[in-house]
Design a protein around this ligand. Structure first.
Ligand code: PBG
Length: 329
């Protein structure tokens, strides 16, 4: 036999310690942001039917939920409000006594160090379920911007550490940045949902947040899943307007986009591992069809490998628990 010449890649896979040493990507608890749905009600802790293990909690149960998160070692949460009342212009989103504002103040009193991200959007607060003001059956961009600014400022005033606008109006980062600066919140960062696709993966979230559009869809403001270059244009605009973080949403079907953004921008990249991505795995796991822990960890690594620095995920508590059991971080 002639002498074969090849590389022995298996050398570095021989033992678990060796594999640990050469592992390129790791997930840390500091990477995780846990979403919490807050109900403007009392005495409620409802499991979301389409999201097993995820609860909508009323304000009086909120601190209990947050304590759990903190005890697990998670350092950041993102708040979604489910208000009692909705109207045409989403007034409860920018009311100083709105549900997210109340929740933020409540949490900050007990956990000043916890990083609270406030989702800045109108869809949970509008009677029509769209993310902006409606004029002639169309979401009016420029009339929506001032309402988003008011929402962001009232969230910052309540103590939110990061403002995360998710509405996909043009110019929202510029408007919110200016509004925050003028209100004295120059140091409050904007985590922009820079690239947000019109996705079927949001289905379970809309149950949880009561935010389904009552007519039409969101395709005139959220992006077409077919487009990649458009994501570059969106991200560039947000960076130019002052975004401090860039979110890609959903995560798993859009890893190519995450990688593109990571290569072109210096801002931290955030993967939003959305509700449908959670529910698909939970459902399969409940049927015993997949190993939940292994599959979730693999998915998280794939996002990090694609370039995500942070991950917003409903699995954050599960992940933290698993990390604690393994004694790692
Ligand atoms: C609304 C918003 C959505 C999500 C977060 N904020 C989606 C939408 O209804 O358009 C989805 C999150 C998820 O699915 O987990 N602006």
């Amino acid at each position: 036999m002639t002498e074969l010449n090849f590389e022995r890649h298996r050398r570095l896979r021989k033992t678990s310690y060796l594999r640990d040493m050469v592992r390129e990507t790791k997930l840390h608890k500091e990477d995780l942001i846990y979403p919490i749905f807050v109900l403007e009600e009392e005495g409620k802790r409802n499991e979301v039917a389409s999201m097993p293990g995820v609860y909508q909690v009323s304000l009086d149960y909120l601190l209990e939920e947050v304590q759990q998160v903190v005890d697990l070692g998670i350092r950041s949460i993102i708040l979604f409000g489910v208000p009692k009342d909705k109207d045409d212009v989403g007034s409860e989103a920018y009311h100083d006594e709105g549900v997210v504002q109340q929740a933020t103040r409540l949490i900050k009193k007990d956990h000043p160090e916890l990083v609270i991200v406030a989702d800045t959007c109108l869809c949970q607060y509008t009677s029509h379920g769209h993310c902006g003001v409606i004029e002639h059956d169309y979401v009016n961009n420029d009339r929506t911007l001032p309402l988003l600014v008011k929402t962001a400022v009232s969230q910052a005033k309540a103590g939110a550490d990061i403002i995360a606008p998710s509405n996909m109006m043009d110019g929202f980062v510029a408007a919110i940045r200016q509004g925050l600066d003028e209100a004295g919140f120059e140091e409050t960062p904007v985590m922009s949902y820079a690239v947000k696709y019109a996705s079927a993966f949001y289905g379970p979230f809309r149950d949880a947040a009561h935010s389904s559009p009552q007519f039409g869809d969101r395709k005139t403001y959220q992006m077409d899943p077919a487009n990649r270059l458009e994501a570059q244009r969106e991200a560039k605009s947000d960076v130019d307007q002052g975004a401090d973080f860039l979110i890609v949403k959903p995560a798993l079907s859009y890893l190519d986009i995450m990688r593109d953004l990571k290569e072109r921008h210096q801002q931290p990249i955030v993967a939003y591992n959305v509700s449908g991505e959670y529910s698909l795995i939970k459902a399969a796991a409940q049927n015993g069809w997949v190993n939940e822990k292994e599959i979730v960890q693999e998915k998280m690594l794939s996002m990090k490998r694609a370039g995500a620095d942070l991950i917003i995920t409903y699995f954050a508590k599960d992940l933290a628990r698993w990390m604690n059991e393994e004694g790692g971080n």
